[in-house]
Design a protein around this ligand. Structure first.
Ligand code: RIB
Ligand code: CA
Length: 320
């Protein structure tokens, strides 16, 4: 077992629904991670529900010791956009499995984030698994402090594939594109795991789901939490699988050998109120664009290839 000083320090910022829960499990059950806290944000569900889902997920993992903080109730500049509840009304399969005994911390999420990155300059990694509203607020309040973040691991953007919220934008960015733009401009090192990495055989197929259903309490909890997204995928995507985008992003953070290829980019997030709201345009380092004689500064590494088999092997090993 690693001693505390050797462990990587993480904050998870999350709009906790089923795939966020899978990501929280990976971190909570990894012995080389010091999970300093979980901060909730409005996104898949309202911020209170996201907090309850996080508390419950941590308790199921035996990690009721990890503090949970409530953050932004809505995006920075507009009311939360109407979207389909692909994870269920409670974000966790609507199976009545969310009844945590733990309570939220009194401190606001943004204050916890800033206090923590100032307490551990250069050491704290933040997994941003929902809309970036809490991160943007932290940047607006104290950008110099946020520059002390070791790395932000973002599940966000379609990557180099189609969007899921609109044809060009991914849900986390679509809910608060202005916040995502502020995060991109934060000066913190950022790695982006896009939605393009998350479909296909990296998801849980019927056999893996069936195996988990008869597995540990953690595994059973996850299969219940993902029951609505499973039906959504069957009904709308014609596939019997559960995609876990946030767990893919967390795996990229936890397991360096999982990431096979990435490109350094200047990422521009479109915030104009139009059909392209929430689109993130990737200007790749080293490429010459005919309308752009001068390269733009790189602000993120965008993952382009991961090891699906390694994910399945390690994920199942940790969760079952
Ligand atoms: O587009 C997928 C992302 O949006 C995931 O983080 C999911 O939990 C939702 O927040
Ligand atoms: Ca999420």
């Amino acid at each position: 077992m690693n001693n505390l000083s050797e462990k990587r320090k993480f904050i998870i910022d999350t709009d906790t629904a089923s795939d966020d829960a899978a990501a929280i499990m990976l971190a909570a059950l990894s012995d080389n991670i010091e999970l300093l806290g979980v901060t909730a944000v409005s996104g898949n569900v309202d911020v209170e529900q996201a907090g309850l889902n996080a508390l419950q997920t941590l308790e199921v993992c035996g990690r009721g010791d990890v503090p949970v903080y409530l953050g932004a109730k809505r995006p920075l500049f507009h009311e939360r956009k109407a979207t389909i509840s692909v994870h269920g009304k409670d974000g966790m399969g609507d199976k009545g499995i969310i009844h945590p005994s733990g309570k939220f911390q009194d401190m606001r999420a943004v204050d916890f984030i800033l206090d923590t990155v100032k307490k551990y300059p250069g050491e704290v990694e933040i997994a941003v698994l929902g809309p970036a509203t809490n991160i943007a607020l932290a940047v607006l309040i104290d950008r110099d402090a946020m520059k002390k973040v070791k790395r932000i691991w973002s599940m966000g953007t379609p990557g180099f594939g189609p969007g899921n919220a609109t044809p060009v934008s991914e849900f986390n960015v679509f809910i608060d594109a202005e916040a995502y733009a502020l995060m991109l401009d934060s000066g913190s090192p950022i790695t982006i795991a896009g939605f393009d990495l998350c479909m296909g055989n990296i998801g849980l197929d019927r056999y893996e789901l069936s195996y988990l259903e008869s597995g540990s309490p953690v595994a059973k909890f996850l299969t219940q939490a993902t029951s609505v997204i499973l039906q959504f995928n069957i009904d709308t995507r014609g596939v019997h699988m559960v995609d876990l985008p946030d767990a893919v992003a967390m795996a990229a953070a936890l397991w360096p050998d999982f990431v096979k290829q990435s490109v350094r980019c200047h990422c521009h997030c479109c915030t104009e109120n139009s059909e392209v709201y929430g689109q993130v345009i990737f200007f790749q380092e080293g490429k010459t664009y005919e309308s752009m004689p001068d390269a733009k500064d790189v602000n993120a590494d965008v993952i382009t290839m991961v090891d699906n088999d390694l994910f399945t092997e390690r994920f199942m090993d940790l969760i079952r």
